[in-house]
Design a protein around this ligand. Structure first.
Ligand code: BES
Ligand code: ZN
Length: 641
């Protein structure tokens, strides 16, 4: 059995990429040797190991997973069996290593035909905070299947168990999973790396009055039996396994799209997301067929810690984007785009995350542009730029400000920011401008087609870029520019920057008001503003305003009472910066009722800037924490400690 150390490996890969010129990207360091001693091979045959997984994928690779799990809402456990069928890559290997976190392992069995099972020995290593525990299971000669009997922990990081009062119907409990980046291991023992793809099937047993939905094809089930069966025929990485259980209703939107939500929300959600079919057609025209069958959306209770999660066939989404005017449906464009960039062509390791999110952010804005027009797309691009600058300022590890963070020994969540999203999208926009939209679209489509259902590295992308795009116009883009896009901790000076006339008009209205213009004139202009214009207005105000100005704004524009979670968010940040206490009770209700990290974490962070703010933050958090997802709890715990 080979033991390797996390830090050296990844550092070597990252450092190597950082010094490699575009011509050298054909060469990738394979496996666990230091770079100087490593065999040099082509990118398609050898890849760096995923430092966030214990899995010995050089010996065994999972091909299929079968789950049979029971959801127990009293104990807060998922319990049952996970059966893994794998290919053997190393004929001599005697042990498979799986990822787990806080799992109770009861039994391990092996089989060579799926018919007869024999007990086999296993050992659970001590846990590390970043990666959990390696589960080492002896694989007898000839065996190609394992069956693990286990239960998840009530505090599993990838699951949130909600009480009925945390749902909108208030009558039934709710459970949802969130596996990205490395949380599948907290509810399934498996090779938890995006470099391994598997098909799966699942039987999920739930209380009889609840409905289970997985990011997979539903098989017919007997109504009221509490037993739901699923099948995922396309091979997917572990982070895309997803499950939700609750009082869920379904409303179709088109032949292949629909919405799952609690009965109280499903109609509003279907209205808000009614353009989804048009988005799919648009994306297909640009980047090739949608390869996953159905595309549904599942609206979660407000504690969902993300805006959206691109679970295949069914995007999980926050209810905070349902505002009645479709102004926040770029989120659907984003999660849908992942059906190409991410789910179809997947980052091989979390160090290549920008290949998922940067491509998706670029695609998202192209879809928005096509379906809703250039005006909205450009506003989104400008707001993205501002988020990028803010994120860079907030990051404490300098290299996290680049597209190639050093994740050695770190939970990938700890490096999470919008940098890979926005810097990645700017990089692709730059390439688009140099080669023209037509050529660049064809290039991206080819990238998706030729790497469909594969996991890819940054080195592979650079090789493909060099062969299929850069070579078509020698000298248009230099190797040094490519390296700067990947390694720079800021926006390269030669970037092609977006521009938004609409947001410039907002700035003019802002300036007129700041120079003493009447709040009524401002209000008249603002009455036609969309969410994006409001957000830009508030976020681009000077951080210090006098109390009279704030009060006038609030009285006339009713910002403290805004039902729009994005507008309220930027307003509360301004209120904190100014100690504007009138807004605090509404802010407290907001922070207790919403668990989306992007909306709440900046508020806690801003509050910690002053001693009074910090004590208010702690007071609010005491009430809010029980309703937060374990991932949100982890983030806020870290801020307030
Ligand atoms: N895949 C991400 C969410 C994610 C990333 C979960 C990393 C866990 C780890 C998803 O596609 C995403 O980016 N969601 C955004 C919304 C989007 C419109 C930018 C979010 O949740 O804010
Ligand atoms: Zn995304």
């Amino acid at each position: 059995m080979s033991l390797r150390s996390f830090p050296e490996d990844l550092t070597a890969n990252v450092r190597w990429l950082r010094i490699a010129g575009a011509a050298a990207v054909l060469l990738v360091i394979a496996g666990c040797s230091p770079p100087s001693a490593a065999p040099i091979a082509s990118a398609s045959t050898h890849r760096p190991r995923d430092m966030a997984s214990y899995a010995n994928t050089d010996a065994f690779v999972t091909r299929h997973l079968s789950l049979d799990l029971t959801a127990d809402f009293d104990k807060r456990t998922l319990a049952g069996t996970a059966e893994l069928r794998f290919d053997r890559r190393d004929p001599g290997a005697q042990e498979i290593v799986l990822d787990t976190r806080e799992l109770q392992i009861q039994k391990a069995e092996a089989s060579s035909d799926g018919g007869t099972w024999t007990s086999t020995t296993y050992r659970l290593d001590p846990a590390t905070a970043a990666f959990g525990s390696a589960l080492r299971v002896v694989v007898p000669q000839g065996a190609d299947r394992l069956r693990i009997t286990y239960a998840s922990s009530p505090s599993a990081r990838g699951l949130q168990w909600l009480l009925p009062e945390q749902t909108s119907g208030k009558k039934h409990p709710f459970l949802f999973s969130q596996a990205q980046a490395i949380h599948a291991r907290s509810f399934i023992p498996l090779q938890d790396t995006p470099g391994v793809r598997m098909t799966y099937d699942a039987t999920i047993r739930v209380p009889k009055d609840l409905v289970a939905v997985m990011a997979a094809e539903a098989k017919p089930s007997e109504k009221g039996s509490g037993i739901f069966s699923f099948h995922m025929p396309q091979p997917i990485p572990s982070y895309l396994i997803a499950l939700a259980i609750g009082d869920l209703a379904f409303k179709p939107m088109s032949e292949r799209t629909g919405v799952w939500a609690e009965p109280t929300t499903v109609a509003a959600a279907a209205k808000e997301f009614e353009d989804t079919e048009q988005m799919i057609k648009t994306t297909e025209a640009l980047y090739g067929p949608y390869r996953w069958g159905r595309y549904d959306l599942l609206v979660l209770p407000p504690s969902f810690p993300f805006g959206g999660m691109e679970n295949p066939r069914v995007t999980f989404a926050t209810p905070t984007v349902i505002v009645g005017d479709k102004s926040l449906v770029a989120l659907v464009a984003h999660e849908l785009a992942h059906s190409w960039s991410g789910n179809l062509v997947t980052n091989a390791t979390w160090g290549d995350f920008w290949l998922n999110e940067g491509f998706t952010t670029y695609l998202e804005r192209r879809i928005v542009e096509q379906v809703y027009g250039r005006r909205l797309a450009d506003m989104e691009r400008i707001i993205g730029l501002r988020d990028l600058a803010q994120a860079r300022a907030d990051l404490s590890v300098p290299r996290d400000r680049s597209l190639l963070p050093d994740l050695a020994g770190r939970d990938p969540d700890d490096a999470y920011s919008v940098v890979p999203y926005e810097q990645g999208a700017l990089f692709l926009s730059f390439l688009e401008s140099k080669f023209g939209r037509g050529a660049f679209d064809a290039f991206l489509r080819r990238w998706f087609d030729e790497h469909a259902f594969e996991s890819v590295t940054t080195a592979q992308f650079l090789e493909f870029l060099s062969t299929h795009l850069l070579s078509t116009k020698p000298g248009a883009v230099t190797d040094a520019q490519i390296q700067e896009w990947l390694n720079s901790e800021g926006i390269p000076p030669f970037a092609v920057m977006p521009k938004s006339d609409a947001l410039e008009k907002v700035e003019q209205a802002r300036d007129a008001w700041l120079k003493g213009g009447s709040v009524d004139t401002l209000a008249a202009t603002a009455s036609a503003w969309s969410t994006q214009e409001w957000v830009h207005f508030i976020d681009s105000l000077p951080r210090k305003l006098d109390a009279k100005q704030l009060e006038a704004l609030d009285r006339r524009l009713e910002l403290t009472a805004s039902p729009n979670a994005e507008i309220a968010h930027v307003w509360f940040r301004l209120a904190i910066a100014n100690g504007y206490k009138t807004a605090f009770p509404a802010m407290e209700r907001y922070m207790i009722s919403i668990g989306r990290r992007k909306l709440i974490v900046p508020l806690y962070r801003d509050l910690t800037a002053t001693p009074e703010g910090k004590s208010l933050a702690k007071q609010i958090y005491t009430k809010a924490r029980p309703g937060y997802h374990p991932m949100a709890q982890g983030t806020v715990d870290g801020l307030l400690k």
